[in-house]
Write a protein that binds this ligand. Structure first.
Ligand code: NAD
Length: 487
């Protein structure tokens, strides 16, 4: 059995308690994990606060911080295979995806390494004589980071990279459902030479570890990725310490296909948009909104492609769809499919969990035209596509915006003016036109409504990990006059 430790104040520790991690491809226990509870959360946050104000990190120049981040990026790239395999083993995300994504994770660290010494303050043209006033940008403080199981190395990189570039210190809570890749990543943080306490990586359960971290009095900001219901707990917890929050939550993203689109190309994007990562992707294009005239043709292409998908062991390079991460997730997907069929949705393909070991669920398409199916409103976080059709552009837009989420969206059309109208009209943080699921360290990402608030990626994300300090300096040597007049 593999045994993992977590990382607090530069040391690898066994944890207050232990729990077992399941291989989702088999349903068997494969690793033994350390579980942080309140006392370990305290140790980690205390270490992060000491590192923030007293340790070598506090004295480093921004350029030196950047160099450490470059070293970390190189170590991630050099250890890509091992990290990818651990992520696949512990979460079931297929090796084809984890091994491609980890290369990009290194690029995110590289991008923020370059940003570290480009975070500038400003000088204010103040409306008073003999005064110099400027803004310093300082790290916001100790940042608590809480991530879900899917793509943990990526979802933590988009937080750790900008936070360290800004000079913050952090306690990262890996998901209890598959913490192995982040616990291994801690070894690279150590090897890169970050001073003790700058990055602490723990894992544990939400209500004990996550809640203790989120309400800790020394935490200044909580960067959270997960579901909306948990985000409500995070906000309630932050009522204790009044920490600021950034929330990257779920989605029910519309994928609009017009009759003039290249249907084959749109179908490939749709298949990637909903079945990649076994649908466990916040940006999953889970609501297909297709022009009525091409609905049958488009569905038959999708059905053919969905049924040709290779389902198998996530560690096999040939596999295209692996298991869901947990039994809980498999049960949720199966139950929501059943509820949707009961409400009148027509099963186009998939829909039944297979016999045998592992938490598999096949690529599934539900035709929801003319019915009020829960699958159109609720997030599956699984490989299930719900389909509706439209007659007019206005109807397409109305259907696209018929959601309380606002994360991602896709539009497939050859009509340029229409594409522009939809870009403006769709209420989502990201609009992809004739493409889907593209991300970059340079481009901000995030949503609104039930999809959360705050942006990850880009320069602005690093600025979000800073707070300004206003400095007033009187430049006159004359004595200060009458104290009862404000100047
Ligand atoms: P989740 O909300 O159940 O858990 C996320 C994390 O929160 C875990 O580490 C968990 O331990 C922790 N947690 C649970 N209870 C907590 C509490 N009371 N206080 C503090 N932390 C607590 O999410 P999940 O089910 O693991 O992941 C799926 C969700 O994540 C989906 O809704 C998905 O859309 C979302 N997601 C969003 C993005 C994005 O960037 N927008 C990316 C990936 C996943």
């Amino acid at each position: 059995m593999h045994r993992f430790q977590y990382y607090i104040d530069g040391e690898f520790l066994e944890g207050e308690a232990r729990f077992q991690s399941i291989d989702p491809a088999t349903g068997d226990v494969w690793a033994d994990m350390p579980e942080a509870r309140e006392a370990d959360v305290d140790r980690a946050v205390d270490a992060a606060e000491r590192a923030l104000y007293d340790g070598p990190w506090a004295k480093m120049t921004a350029t030196q911080r950047g160099k450490l981040l470059y070293r970390l990026a190189d170590l991630v790239a050099a250890n890509a295979q091992k990290l990818a395999e651990l992520e696949t083993r512990d979460t079931g995300k297929i090796i084809r995806e984890t091994s491609a994504q980890i290369v990009y994770v290194a690029d995110y660290y590289r991008y923020y390494a370059g940003i570290a010494d480009k975070i500038e303050g400003s000088y204010l043209p103040i409306d008073k004589q003999d005064m110099d006033v400027w803004l310093r940008r300082e790290p916001v403080g100790v940042v608590a980071m809480v991530v879900p199981w899917n793509s943990q190395l990526f979802l933590s990189a988009v937080k750790i990279g900008p936070a360290l570039a800004a000079g913050c210190t952090t306690v990262v809570k890996a998901s209890e459902d598959g913490p192995a890749p982040l616990l291994e990543f801690a070894r690279l943080v150590h090897e890169a030479g970050f001073p003790a306490g700058v990055v602490n990586i723990i894992t544990g359960f939400g209500p004990s570890c996550g809640a203790a971290l989120g309400r800790h009095p020394k935490v200044a900001h909580i960067a959270f990725t997960g579901g909306p219901e948990t985000a409500r707990h995070v906000i309630r917890n932050s009522a204790e310490n009044l920490a600021s929050t950034s929330l990257e939550l779920g989605g029910k993203s519309p994928f609009i296909v017009f009759a003039d689109a290249d249907l084959e190309s749109a179908a490939n994007a749709q298949v990637a948009g909903i079945f990649a990562a076994t649908g466990q992707s916040c940006v999953a294009g889970s609501r297909l909104i297709v022009e009525a005239g091409v609905k049958d043709a488009f569905l038959s292409i999708l059905k053919r492609k969905a049924e040709a998908i290779r389902i198998g062991s996530p560690l096999d390079m040939a596999t295209e769809v692996g298991p869901l991460a947990t039994k809980r997730q498999q049960d949720h997907v199966a139950a929501l499919v059943e509820k949707s069929i009961e409400s009148g949705a027509r099963l186009v393909t998939g829909g039944q969990r297979p016999e045998g070991a592992g938490y598999y669920f096949p690529p599934t398409i539900l035709d929801c035209d003319g019915v009020s199916s829960p699958s159109l409103a609720e997030e599956f976080f699984g490989p299930v596509l719900s389909v509706v059709s439209f007659e007019t552009e206005a109807e397409a837009l109305r259907l696209a915006n018929d959601t309380r989420y606002g994360l991602a969206s896709g539009v497939f059309t050859q009509n340029l003016t229409r594409a522009h109208r939809l870009m403006k009209g769709i209420r989502a943080g990201v609009v992809w036109v004739n493409t889907y699921r593209a991300v970059s360290p340079i481009a901000p990402f995030g949503g609104f409504g039930l999809s959360g608030h705050g942006r990850e990626g880009g320069l602005a994300a690093a600025l979000d990990y800073t707070r300004t300090k206003t400095i007033w300096l009187r430049t006159s040597d004359d004595p200060i006059p009458d104290p009862f007049v404000m100047r």
